[in-house]
Design a protein around this ligand. Structure first.
Ligand SMILES: [Zn+2]
Length: 406
């Protein structure tokens, strides 16, 4: 069974230090590479789907969260306020209030809707220290978040489109949803009271799930304090479930912030907010990828995509030449030369790297490479340029395959 903490340390992806604090992991160069690649993938998918990206600060005044309702309903999960002169500021528990203010910063027309604002931003949760571990329970979270401001008529289509983005991303990442859950409020005072709006939002989410053709279960007591949500549940190799991606339809926060747009009738109307996250937090996404793939990331995400193995010192120069050409194609490649041990030992050490190219005397002389795949297949010897072209094609296409039989 794969434990992402052990793999993270073994592969040099991330770590923690008691001096930085529990639940505050840092990312090492190879981990940062995976994270950058994942973040850029999501941003690209979002741009293609009509989202615009913004940046907003991780701090906000206490009044901001009083207005949003977080202060009343979510305070136990927030870090205590910091005194700053006469003001109190807080580490934000979510990005929604900031994005509501970005929407409110200009007068908005119905012609701008749906306005899709995305941000991969930091947020903070004061998890109890006993619950912290690795990347799955952290106090600093970097969420792939977005808020779609739209008319009530557009909300179902926006939620359905978000579900489509999620399933495409899961296919590219080689992960799968364990199930879809429609999370509803439970008893207790955790939730804002407005039964009519809860019912309306729930009906729209059901419509989105149905139009996406997705089966789902309902769960009481799992909603956000301000509204119901669709949770895309993932399961670790031990079968433990957690939520990775979410889609919500929210009538509450647009009202809290007094959001308006001018309609075709010239009157002012209240927009709906669709909150959605495609890959959830980068922390949980990378933890899950590690556990599902046992550290063997899909080619496009792998920190090193190709290891070139010269059999002897005489082939080292040629090996560096292949790595240089791989770099020109945007591939991440490195040489593991004879100084690092026997060929067998070097091959074993590179067992998670998708492609290995062995260069013996013959290959170095004729510009070819003997190709090995990490799944044990050996497609044979082919021109090095042809190998690099095939890897670059595979990276550009995303997805999880290694090689197509010619
Ligand atoms: Zn939100």
């Amino acid at each position: 069974m794969h434990d992402h903490r052990r793999l993270g340390r073994e592969l040099g992806l991330f770590d923690t230090d008691p001096l930085m604090g529990a639940g505050l992991p840092y990312w090492l160069p190879d981990g940062a590479l995976v994270r950058h690649t994942l973040e850029e993938y999501v941003r690209e998918a979002e741009r293609a789907a009509g989202y615009r990206h913004v940046y907003s600060p991780v701090l906000g005044k206490r009044e901001l969260y009083e207005i949003s309702g977080h202060w009343d309903h979510y305070r136990d999960d927030m870090f205590p306020p910091m005194e700053l002169g006469a003001e109190q500021v807080l580490l934000r528990p979510s990005l929604c209030p900031h994005h509501a203010l970005v929407f409110r910063s200009r007068s908005r027309s119905h012609r701008e809707l749906p306005l899709r604002l995305a941000e991969l931003g930091g947020m903070y949760r004061s998890e109890p220290s006993g619950a912290l571990g690795g990347l799955t329970r952290v106090r600093a979270i970097h969420l792939n978040d977005a808020h779609v401001f739209c008319t009530p008529d557009q909300a179902v289509e926006e939620a359905r489109a978000a579900l489509g983005l999620i399933s495409r991303a899961y296919a590219d990442l080689g992960i799968r949803a364990a199930r879809h859950r429609l999370s509803l409020p439970g008893g207790g005072g955790k939730y804002v009271a407005d039964p009519a709006l809860w019912e309306r939002a729930t009906a729209l989410l059901r419509e989105a799930l149905d139009s996406a053709g997705l089966e789902y279960e309902t769960a009481e007591g799992e909603a956000a304090f301000y509204g119901p949500k669709i949770d895309v549940q993932i399961a670790d190799p031990a079968g433990r479930e957690s939520t990775l991606s979410t889609v919500q339809i929210d009538f509450h926060q647009p009202a809290c912030f007094g959001l308006r747009y001018s309609g075709p009738d010239g009157a002012r109307h209240r927009p709906v907010m669709v909150h959605r996250s495609v890959i959830g937090s980068v922390e949980r996404a990378v933890a899950h990828l590690l556990e599902v793939h046992g550290g063997a990331f899909p080619v496009w995400l792998a920190p090193v995509q190709l290891v070139v193995l010269p059999v002897g010192e005489a082939q080292e120069e040629r090996a560096h030449e292949v790595v240089r050409r791989a770099g020109e194609l945007g591939l991440r490649a490195e040489v593991a030369g004879p100084g690092r041990g026997s060929l067998g030992a070097r091959i074993r050490r590179a067992r998670l790297v998708p492609y290995q190219a062995v260069l013996g005397e013959r290959e170095a002389a004729d510009g070819s490479a003997a190709v090995r795949l990490r799944d044990g297949r050996r497609p044979g010897t082919l021109p090095a340029a042809e190998l690099l072209r095939r890897i670059a094609e595979r990276v550009a296409g995303r997805g999880t395959g290694l090689w197509d039989a010619a």
